[in-house]
Design a protein around this ligand. Structure first.
Ligand SMILES: [Zn+2]
Ligand SMILES: [Zn+2]
Length: 378
């Protein structure tokens, strides 16, 4: 998970005090200024650390082209995958990377400033795909084809970005170190070389297929195996199936987020199912055997004599299979005694006869009982 606090949701541009159209260089300068002021090693004020983290988070997002684009479009929601954006939130931010980048060996004195050229390898972004499935498909599992677009390692250059037979050359601006030193007050600072992006290398003969990026955008069709028992919102992770990494970095992950449609009459809570069945007053009074539809075929349910409206029956093992486990949940049937609202003459006569024979005391129920009944009716 994230090493950066994510609870304060202020605007990232505001936090850094830059305009929405600011360049990467302006962004970096703004962050450096805030970091110099609020870094906990330099500023003991209690709120400094929060300010520093806030600025780091904002910089982590805005300095990443993909994330910045998503943030510009969808705000914070775009970074949590809330609007269908393919991205892994802050998982990919490496604070050490930002430190190394901005401060050089200023804080990294323990490593003797050996940080130097930053590793070229970069992990690919996570991607998210949404998949809508039917109620029964979620219960029993299903295989589905999905289409996705992702950056894959260029096959022409194997991701190097250079034409076959050619290779990247050492960057002239930084002498291959990836960093350029400059003096700021008392400090000798190092910043990432803008020409080579800190890699220390420049591609002189870019690959024709990927134009030197090392990756190409591809559309893929993939089979997703939805296991039995998944729920609405279940995420299936496919490790390494996200965007390809850069310069030998590992691939990101792909997440398939499931959206399960509702059933006509079953409600689901975890592994258990619930439904309401109407029964007639004679069935409730005399007892009956009724046929209850389940996901596994019809089930004969015995209604005992004198069943009250709202009584809940449990049919074992007719619920949803346990995801990645064994066994199934149960089906709960709440019976509702149906009061007829259209009677013919004969029915009316019969009921009138019955009412002379039946005594019900029309006095309020004790509150405890009332509450119980209310609970059943939910
Ligand atoms: Zn350079
Ligand atoms: Zn290529």
């Amino acid at each position: 998970m994230s090493r950066v606090a994510t609870k304060a949701k202020k605007d990232y541009y505001e936090i850094l005090g830059v305009s929405r159209t600011c360049t990467e260089v302006e962004l970096k300068a703004a962050y450096r200024k805030l970091a110099m002021e609020f870094h906990p090693d330099r500023n003991p004020a209690p709120e400094a650390e929060d300010r520093f983290k806030e600025a780091s988070e904002a910089y982590g997002v805005l300095s990443d082209t993909d994330k910045r684009a998503a943030y510009d479009r969808f705000g914070h929601a775009g970074l949590n995958g809330g609007s269908g954006f393919a991205g892994g939130g802050f998982e990919n931010i490496d604070l050490n990377d930002i430190f190394g980048d901005i401060f050089g060996d200023m804080f990294g004195s323990g490593t003797g400033g050996s940080r130097g050229r930053r590793s070229r390898a970069q992990r690919g972004n996570d991607i998210r795909e949404d998949l809508s499935i039917g109620f029964q498909e979620a219960v029993f599992g299903i295989k589905k084809q999905i289409k996705l677009r992702r950056h894959e390692t260029c096959t022409e250059c194997s991701g190097s970005g250079s034409q076959p037979g050619k290779s990247a050359t050492s960057c002239a601006d930084c002498g291959g170190r990836g960093q350029v030193r400059f003096q700021q007050g008392f400090f000798s600072m190092a910043r990432t070389c803008l020409k080579c992006g800190g890699t220390g290398q420049v591609i002189t003969h870019p690959c024709n297929k990927c134009k030197g990026h090392g990756r190409v955008l591809r559309e893929r069709s993939m089979e997703v195996e939805v296991p039995a028992g998944v729920e609405d919102g279940t995420r299936i992770r496919y490790a390494g199936q996200g965007e390809a990494g850069l310069n030998g970095g590992p691939g990101g992950d792909m997440y398939v987020v499931l959206h399960v449609q509702e059933h006509d009459f079953f409600e689901r809570e975890g592994i258990n199912l619930y439904c309401s069945m109407p029964i007639s007053f004679p069935q409730a009074a005399l007892g009956a055997e009724i046929s209850v539809p389940t996901l596994y075929g019809d089930h004969k349910l015995k209604i005992p004599e004198g069943t009250q409206s709202g009584h809940r029956f449990r049919i074992k093992n007719k619920g949803v299979p346990v995801l990645q486990g064994s066994g199934r949940g149960d089906l709960y049937v709440d019976v509702q005694v149906n009061t007829p609202n259209k009677l013919n003459k004969h029915q009316r006569e019969l009921l009138e006869q019955l009412s002379h024979e039946l005594d019900v005391e029309n006095i309020p129920l004790k509150s405890g009982l009332f509450r119980k009944v209310k609970d059943i009716f939910g």
